[in-house]
Ligand binder design. Structure first.
Ligand SMILES: *Cc1c(COP(=O)(O)O)cnc(C)c1O
Length: 389
């Protein structure tokens, strides 16, 4: 990986089984590219789950320096961390208000709750009434997920009533698409139409509908504010097409041992893989406790569709298949094709990064880039590069 280390977290490199390199320049470029596509709509940054596992403390200042002034998180604690990293930003908390006791914590950190139900609206109304201040809030409308949010008709009623009572001061109304990553899906247009009605009833406040994939549905869908997450972090916004985003994360595992095994021997727990040839095995110091999912195992873990290939690593441009099961702390790779001395103890094998797209590594584990990113463990040495220039 090019670039000097800008900062590092986790164990020191010499003590770490794996290294994660997070390219903040690529992150900023991805944000900038999305912001240009979305303009004149504004582009927020989604920083939930510790910025998709990459670190709020490093990612949020980088996005802020690229012009991102609005962030969404799932939980208040994540909001507090974003507030530390971006003192000026608007921060929306998607999961809303869990209880009346939590309400006072939001204005203290200038967090804006996204109110998802009548119950949450009531909590915020009582809190604002008692404190004599109409603290800002956002309203979430469920137009087809059946996840969180007022129904469209509840939202229309609320907009009418609140325009009379002015009990609350909503500054944004939002919804979320269920099928944005399938551009032709009929749900997209139905949700758009339902949301347009709600937006009209709310009058002159910000409206926000789309995530990364939804940005590509066209200008109608972008309203005032877009909410891309995974695309900023280098994941493909759409499955099955060439990923236009730059790679942000590289994960590499240290090779702890090279071993020579004979045809007919077996590898790893359950002895589910029998070697068909004399094999050189690289034992790499990362496993499922690091977020390298067990479902990426070669055989014997029926957790992904059988027609999807198991995971692989890369050294020197060569694809190196996983042998047997991924274990908690270690994974075995077949390095026979590199020849004796082709790779040595102490070198690193790429798990995903510039040569293995994160979406490919995720698919090999029967999952998606989002889950791979957010399950990356705390044992990696994490180095942040790309901000030195
Ligand atoms: C996570 C999330 C996003 C971002 O989604 P991506 O697919 O990562 O772009 C946007 N909006 C809401 C409500 C979300 O929960």
């Amino acid at each position: 990986m090019p670039g000097d280390t800008f900062s590092a977290t986790g164990p020191e490199m010499r003590f770490a089984g794996g290294i994660m390199t997070i390219d903040l320049a690529a992150l900023k470029e991805n944000y900038g590219a999305l912001a240009r596509v979305c303009a004149p709509a504004q582009t927020a940054g989604i920083a939930k789950a510790d910025a998709y596992g990459l670190g709020i403390a490093q990612v949020v200042p980088a996005l802020a320096s690229a012009g991102c002034g609005k962030f969404f998180v799932a939980l208040p604690d994540e909001g507090f961390a974003v507030r530390q990293a971006a003192p000026e930003a608007d921060i929306y908390v998607l999961n809303g208000l869990f209880s009346a006791e939590s309400a006072a914590g939001y204005p203290e950190a200038r967090l804006i709750p996204v109110l998802n139900s009548q119950a949450e609206i009531q909590i915020w109304e009582s809190f604002c009434g008692a404190s004599g201040t109409r603290h800002p809030c956002a309203i979430n409308v469920d137009t087809g997920m059946n996840r969180l949010g007022l129904t469209a008709s509840e939202a229309l009623t609320f907009a009418d009533e609140n325009s009379l009572t002015r009990a609350l001061e909503p500054i944004m109304v939002m919804s979320h698409l269920a099928c944005a990553d399938d551009l032709k899906h009929p749900m997209n247009r139905l949700q758009l139409e339902s949301f347009q009605q709600v937006v009209a009833a709310f009058g002159d406040i910000e409206a926000s509908l789309v995530n990364s994939a939804g940005v590509l549905l066209g200008a109608d869908f972008r309203f005032d504010l877009t909410r891309p997450g995974v695309a900023i972090y280098g994941g493909s916004p759409l499955p099955g097409v060439k990923n236009p985003m730059r790679t942000v994360v590289t994960a590499e595992a240290r090779i702890s041992q090279i071993r020579y095994a004979r045809a007919g021997e077996t590898v790893s727990y359950g002895a589910t893989t029998t070697l068909g040839r004399d094999t050189i095995i690289a034992v790499a110091a990362a496993g499922y406790a690091d977020g390298y999912h067990r479902a990426a195992s070669a055989t014997g873990v029926p957790l992904r569709a059988l027609d999807i290939a198991a995971g692989h690593g890369i050294v020197a441009g060569r694809n190196l298949p996983i042998l047997g099961r991924v274990t908690m702390d270690l994974t075995m790779f077949d390095v026979t094709d590199l020849g004796v001395g082709g790779v040595n103890r102490g070198e690193f094998i790429e798990l995903f990064g510039p040569n293995i797209p994160i979406d490919v590594a995720a698919k090999a584990a029967g999952t998606i880039s989002y889950e791979l990113l957010t399950s990356l463990g705390r044992r990696f040495h994490r180095r942040y590069v790309g901000l030195e220039s």
